[in-house]
Structures are given as C-alpha cells and as structure tokens.
Write a protein that binds this ligand. Structure first.
Ligand code: MN
Length: 154
C-alpha cells in the first residue's frame, strides 16, 4: 500500500493519472456535456449537466441543473424519492397541496417517493441544484434524462 501511494502521489501532483488507478475515478469539470432540459420535463430555459449515472457500483443518478428566472420543472414524482442540493441562487419548490417554498444555495431538500411536486427558479432569480435520484432498477437507466430520472405528471 505504501508503495502504491508513493508512486501515485507524485503523479497526481503533476496532474497525471496513473494508468493503473484502482478505486478512484475523477470526472474532470468541463468534461461533461450540458444539455437543454427537454420541453416535456421543463418550462423555460434549463441546462442539465450529468454528473454521474447508474452503473454496477452506483445506485443513484446525479445531475447539476440550472434554471433561468421563470424556468421550472413540470409537476412530477420520483418513484424512490429525490435529494436536491441547492448550489446557487434562489428558487421555489412546491408539493401538491402545499404552499410554494423558497429554497436557497446551501439548502438540502428531500422529496419522498411518490410525492407530486415541482422545482425551479423564482420568477426573477436563477437557481442551480444538484439532483440525486434512485432508480428502482439501477441497470434499467443510464441516462440522466431517462424515464427513471424524472417521471412527468400530466
Ligand atoms: Mn423532483
């Protein structure tokens, strides 16, 4: 173990990844293509950056979503719940039957399975959040914008 660290650390300091890296994978900032949020899931201008997808080791899907002022998700549910970590700005979230609530950078939001809700920017400010969802079957979806990520509710 000491020998591996002694080899890997100097390489890491030089910005070089050892060819035989074992359990640590770095996805560099700027390497993940942003996509426009699809119209069936969002209103207004929304950018979605996939952070990580389900594979053999990951049981969740992560994305960084940027909502321009006035942009929001459609009403939707998550079959196994969702974590939102607000990273920038001020936005709104509303649960069906509840009041619209303000969310700000640093807030962490849990939405339970099956709860109909929407989230997005306020009318005048942008909001950015990391979303983490948990597909029923991790092998069934590898795309951030797949059916397991978000199920739009009419
Ligand atoms: Mn949601």
């Amino acid at each position: 173990m000491k020998k591996i660290l002694a080899t890997a650390l100097p390489l890491a300091l030089m910005g070089v990844e050892p060819a035989s890296a074992e359990g640590v994978a770095v996805s560099p900032n700027g390497s993940r293509a942003h996509a426009i949020g699809p119209a069936q899931n969002f209103t207004g201008h929304v950018l979605v950056e996939p952070l990580f997808a389900v594979d053999q080791n990951k049981r969740s899907i992560g994305g960084h979503v940027t909502f321009s002022p006035g942009a929001r998700s459609a009403w939707h549910v998550h079959s196994t719940g969702q974590v939102l970590i607000v990273t920038d700005g001020v936005g709104w979230i509303q649960e069906d039957g509840g009041a619209k609530r303000e969310i700000r950078a640093g807030d962490v939001v849990w939405t339970a399975a099956g709860v109909k809700h929407w989230h997005g920017a306020t009318a005048t400010t942008s909001m950015r959040h990391i979303s983490i969802t948990f597909p029923d079957d991790p092998s069934s979806s590898r795309r951030l914008d797949g059916a397991c990520y978000r199920r739009a509710v009419p």
